[in-house]
Design a protein around this ligand. Structure first.
Ligand code: AGP
Length: 372
């Protein structure tokens, strides 16, 4: 009913709008007065966490994209080797697991069969399993050694939005906590990231306030067949997520690529007026990455692409090559997915609406996939 949707036309729009509160709720009570993380709820003793020598993340769909981003954060902040794997592939390749492996299963519903089977396999091999989940008391957290709830509130729309942002926050918390417990050489960075995370809710709110041009652009592209998405580093999974949203909601051909792979094949797809969304990392920090992606934008534009550029405020280098420029607040590179994903959600939702599709219940899809 309209009341359940809080005055919005679709649950998806309501859930996109709820994101500032959702990410704040995921942080709530997990940062102490001294600015350190306290995750007692993990129930895995710090002594065990200090012995972990490998992390494997398993998930599906959007949760898998959160896991891909988590890999960058975990390896950087903890120096523990981390791999992220599609839950549906995991157990079939006889993965190497032992009691010093931490498996992180990410799932909004907590009922996804592929993810559940992956975590059962991991536990049979003696690995510790931590669930990152949005649904209290669901099967995945019940069968795990520990759980970190995302506290996004119920997500009704099939297309995942607020669950994704809160999964990211939870992954960052786990990564930073492991960094804190293990006292890695990134100690100062860990503390400053905890502060940066506290500012994210306000920054997501800012992004939401500037979305009208994105909706206009979506309406203008409603009769296109294909949209491509490019990113590097954590922008790569963001590109994949933007493409997944467009597939499931707009039923369009949408593909995400790592921008560095363009020259190894996908650049042949570029033709006149093809919309290409590019997620640009911050020019501060890893500036090499930034400069490389600016060259990628030039290359595709020279071949006729219509460039839709998502870049942080103050990044002037992208201006000459952006047919459409979407600004997001400046964040540390690792946290940028929290702001850069939001315009892609709005874009997909508006395109679906413009194409007359059912936003909350896309064809052929279910909210939770309880078969393998
Ligand atoms: C996201 O928009 C999808 N509907 C889907 O990919 C989803 O993220 C996936 O099925 C995993 O679901 P879960 O988080 O409930 O495990």
């Amino acid at each position: 009913s309209a009341a359940e949707k809080g005055g919005y036309d679709y649950f998806m729009l309501k859930e996109i709008a709820e994101q500032p509160k959702a990410v704040a709720d995921t942080l709530l009570g997990r940062i102490d007065a001294a600015g350190s993380l306290s995750l007692d709820e993990l129930r895995i003793p710090d002594s065990v966490l200090r012995e972990i020598d490998k992390i494997v993340i398993v998930a599906c769909g959007t949760a898998f994209h959160a896991g891909m981003i988590a890999k960058y954060a975990i390896e950087h902040w903890t120096r523990i080797a981390c791999e992220t794997e599609l839950a549906s592939e995991f157990r079939y390749r006889d993965p190497i697991l032992d009691p010093r492996t931490l498996v992180i299963a990410i799932s909004q519903s907590g009922e996804t069969m592929d993810t559940l089977m992956a975590l059962r396999h991991a536990r049979e091999q003696g690995a510790k399993v931590l669930a990152i989940c949005n649904t209290n008391g669901s099967t995945i957290p019940r069968e795990s050694d520990a759980v970190l709830y995302t506290h996004a509130g119920p997500e009704v729309a099939v297309a995942s939005t607020k669950a994704f942002l809160t999964q990211l926050v939870a992954c960052y918390l786990v990564a930073l906590y492991l960094g804190q417990v293990r006292g890695t050489k990134w100690g100062d960075e860990v503390r400053s990231m905890i502060r940066e995370l506290s500012a994210i809710s306000t920054q997501v709110e800012q992004v939401l306030g500037t979305m009208e041009p994105v909706r206009e652009l979506a309406r203008a592209l409603a009769d296109k067949d294909t949209v491509l998405f490019l990113g590097r580093h954590v922008g790569f999974p963001v590109a994949l997520e933007g493409a997944l949203k467009l597939k499931e909601l707009a039923y369009m051909h949408a593909e995400g690529f790592a921008a560095g792979e363009l020259k190894h094949g996908p650049i042949a797809l570029i033709e006149d007026d093809l919309p290409v969304v590019v997620v640009v990392p911050s020019p501060r920090g890893r500036s090499v990455l930034h400069d490389k992606i600016v060259s990628n934008i030039q290359e595709i534009r020279a071949r006729g692409a219509r460039t839709i550029v998502i870049a942080e405020e103050g990044d002037e280098a992208v201006v000459p090559y952006a047919d459409h420029l979407i600004r997001v607040p400046a964040t540390p590179t690792l946290l940028q997915p929290l702001v850069a994903t939001v315009p892609l959600q709005v874009f997909a939702c508006e395109l679906a609406t413009a194409r007359g599709n059912e936003v909350d219940q896309p064809r052929n899809l279910a909210k939770s996939v309880t078969v393998e």
